[in-house]
Write a protein that binds this ligand. Structure first.
Ligand SMILES: Nc1ncnc2c1ncn2[C@@H]1O[C@H](COP(=O)(O)OP(=O)(O)OP(=O)(O)O)[C@@H](O)[C@H]1O
Ligand code: NI
Length: 404
């Protein structure tokens, strides 16, 4: 029986830049189930990383989450907030966007953890890897208000605001205890670092790229997070090492029941690792469903374009086929009011000048697509003329014929 751990509803994140408002993430809705691997795939610039950063509450100025709910299932958190923030609590779920920032911050590391493409950025070059992982263990141990509980999220701990604030103060080395050091060594072993006792005393520059990537995973696991968000975790690695790092993630998923949100532009990685997948384009999830839905029963021409010549799930190569045309500018004043893919779409019809809602699609119950083709089949008689994309973005869709 699967259980939802995250419900994301109508999430929008914008950057307010000198050039204008960048709609990096627009109205994203999806659910993540406990112990699944949920994949997010899309071309460069489609909003995958900003979605991940939004979930972690790591969007920085001039960026801002402008809309939506991010509901996280945690009975203890819900209990501790239902009096002070009744609007944020819905049963066992807490809307992280309606609680004080200190609460969100306290969840970082202990409930949500993130690993990045570039492990160097996660380590301080002047401290040993072991020290830094031990620090992460220590921070998370301190963050737990009740010292008797090893996993705050599974007990009904009261989250006191002062302890949350205290826990976000950076630790200094002198707080590292023998037990957190031992835990760091265990974590290094868990991610397959040979001779972890010795390697714990080495500095980041003494690690190879693949080893440092593993160490970053170990660091992310220090707080026993419920959800691990992995943003292109293997892109910078060579192919054999990539496979090893993916194996480690897959083992963690099956052995400790980790929930993983895996961001990649590699369809082979998606096919190998994920249970369900969301396809992103221009800041939106344009199609989502199980692996089979997306690989074999896709309806969105963008998904088809990404899959390129891939015949089926068994023959997924590593590479995305380039799709003709360019990712649109995400500047609000340049985005048209129709389907953002229409000017690259081989099956664009007149109705596509108006933004498609999310339609249910054939396949599993969860299969949805923001595309009229999920609702009715292609009619060449309504094909958009080929010169439609000329110029930049005239707001033309006013006289869309609505034929219902
Ligand atoms: N700090 C920022 N300021 C302005 N715009 C930003 C900022 N960060 C991201 N964006 C914009 O948000 C959009 C989505 O970017 P994002 O990094 O999420 O894409 P992505 O799908 O992760 O791409 P990639 O595969 O290249 O990592 C892009 O148009 C990007 O230019
Ligand atoms: Ni990215």
């Amino acid at each position: 029986m699967s259980e939802e751990i995250l419900r994301i509803d109508g999430l929008s994140t914008r950057f307010f830049t000198a050039e204008g408002q960048v709609n990096a993430v627009s109205d994203v809705s999806l659910t993540i189930e406990r112990e699944e691997v949920f994949g997010i795939v899309g071309e460069s610039g489609s909003g995958k990383s900003v979605t991940a950063l939004s979930l972690m509450d790591l969007v920085e100025s001039p960026g801002e989450i402008t809309d939506g709910r991010i509901e996280y299932r945690s009975e203890s958190l819900a209990n501790s907030l239902h009096e002070s923030h009744p609007d944020a609590v819905d049963g066992e779920f807490v809307d992280l966007l309606s609680v004080p920032e200190e609460v969100r911050r306290s969840l970082r590391g202990s409930s949500f953890s993130m690993i990045f493409q570039d492990p160097e950025s996660s380590f301080n070059p002047s401290l040993t890897v072991g020290e830094q992982i031990a620090e992460a263990v220590e921070v998370q141990r301190r963050a737990r208000a009740n010292p008797r509980s090893t996993r705050a999220k599974t007990s009904s701990v009261e989250y006191s605001l002062s302890s949350l604030i205290a826990s976000t103060v950076l630790p200094s080395q002198r707080f590292i205890t023998e037990s957190s050091r031992e835990r760091a060594i265990e974590l290094l072993e868990l991610v397959g670092i040979p001779d972890p006792v010795k390697r714990a005393d080495e500095y980041p520059h003494q690690y190879s790229g693949g080893m440092l990537q593993r160490a970053m995973i170990a660091q992310a696991l220090a707080g026993e997070p419920d959800v691990l968000i992995a943003d292109e975790p293997t892109t910078a690695l060579d192919v054999t090492i990539q496979a090893q790092v993916l194996d480690i993630l897959a083992d963690l998923q099956s052995e400790i029941g980790m929930t993983i949100v895996l961001i990649t532009h590699n369809l082979g990685v998606i096919a190998r690792m994920c249970d369900r997948v969301g396809v992103m384009y221009a800041g939106e999830i344009v199609e989502r469903g199980t692996l089979e839905d997306v690989f074999e029963d896709h309806v969105h021409p963008y998904t088809r374009g990404l899959l390129g010549s891939v015949p089926d799930l068994e023959h997924v190569g590593g590479r995305l086929e380039p799709i003709g045309g360019n990712v649109p500018s995400l500047l609000d004043h340049e985005l048209g009011s129709g389907c953002y893919f229409a000017d690259r779409c081989p099956k664009a019809m007149e109705e596509c000048l108006e933004k498609p809602p999310e339609f249910r699609a054939e396949g599993s119950e969860e299969h949805v697509a923001k595309c009229y083709l999920a609702d009715h089949s292609y009619d060449p008689g309504r094909a958009l003329a080929d010169d439609r994309a000329e110029g930049s973005s005239e707001d033309a869709p006013e006289e869309v014929p609505t034929d219902d």
